[in-house]
Design a protein around this ligand. Structure first.
Ligand SMILES: [Zn+2]
Length: 252
């Protein structure tokens, strides 16, 4: 079911880790952001979009993790965009993303995984402002649609997943600090935040999400000054992994 969360912004949530597929109305039609997850989700999303009656003109992936790189033929053969850095990583890791998709959920059209191209510098069909940062994944993008009071946050500001540091990049604590500063600035213009996973935040909940992630990163910063920061990172990745697994099982 599509829930309208702002003017021209609809969200459909999957049972798989509460993943949010988002449809945003642009000038010429809908832009689908991170559509997912399993085959029946994608089919039902296509049904919902048929009912909405607005054509899909483009896709957008917020970052190069498999659960944000999915598509279905029923959405149409339209350009699928990402930041240039995200597109480069996604294209290079396509086989791995396909394998993870196959392992994690059923019915995903594997031949369509990760077929993303760099977003034109002017933003192309995507309305609003792209906020690119390096927290969680290379080339991660949030989309600020200030005119409609909504921020699409990708895998940031979730109420069900803690901040997950990218083990392939150095100084993720610093990257998170920078990203949260920028998202905090963006959030001043909105009253709705749609995370990649979890509940849509509205009103005062927006500031609470920022504060929770900031507190977590602050704690890592303090912990990182102690002898074994690396251990902390492994511990965090482990926790995240078990969150994902538990969520997958309990909603399965
Ligand atoms: Zn995700």
């Amino acid at each position: 079911m599509l829930n309208q969360v702002a003017d021209g912004v609809w969200v459909r949530q999957s049972g798989w880790v509460w993943s949010n597929a988002i449809a945003v109305r642009g000038e010429s039609g809908l832009i689908l952001v991170d559509p997912g997850i399993d085959g029946s989700d994608l089919n039902e999303l296509a049904d919902d979009l048929d009912q909405l009656g607005i054509p899909v003109v483009a896709g957008f992936s917020t970052h190069p993790h498999w659960d944000h790189l999915l598509w279905h033929t029923r959405f149409g053969d339209v350009p699928r965009h990402a930041t240039p850095a995200c597109a480069q990583v996604a294209n290079g890791a396509r086989e791995r993303a396909q394998a993870m998709a196959a392992e994690s959920a059923s019915g995903i059209p594997l031949e369509l995984v990760a077929l993303v191209t760099p977003l034109p510098a002017d933003g192309g069909p995507v309305p609003g402002e792209i906020i690119e940062h390096q927290a969680h994944a290379v080339g991660h993008a949030a989309i600020l649609v200030a005119g409609r009071g909504v921020l699409l946050a990708g895998d940031m500001l979730s109420d069900v997943l803690i901040p997950l540091l990218d083990p392939r990049q150095s100084d993720q604590v610093g990257a998170y600090e920078t990203a949260l500063d920028r998202l905090g600035e963006a959030a001043r213009h909105v009253d709705v935040v749609v995370p990649g996973h979890g509940a849509v935040a509205k009103g005062p909940e927006v500031a609470a999400r920022l504060a929770a992630d900031r507190a977590y990163i602050d704690a890592l910063r303090r912990g990182g000054e102690s002898a074994d920061a690396r251990l902390g990172q492994d511990w965090i990745s482990g926790i995240h992994q078990s969150n994902v697994e538990q969520a997958g099982r309990s909603t399965g």
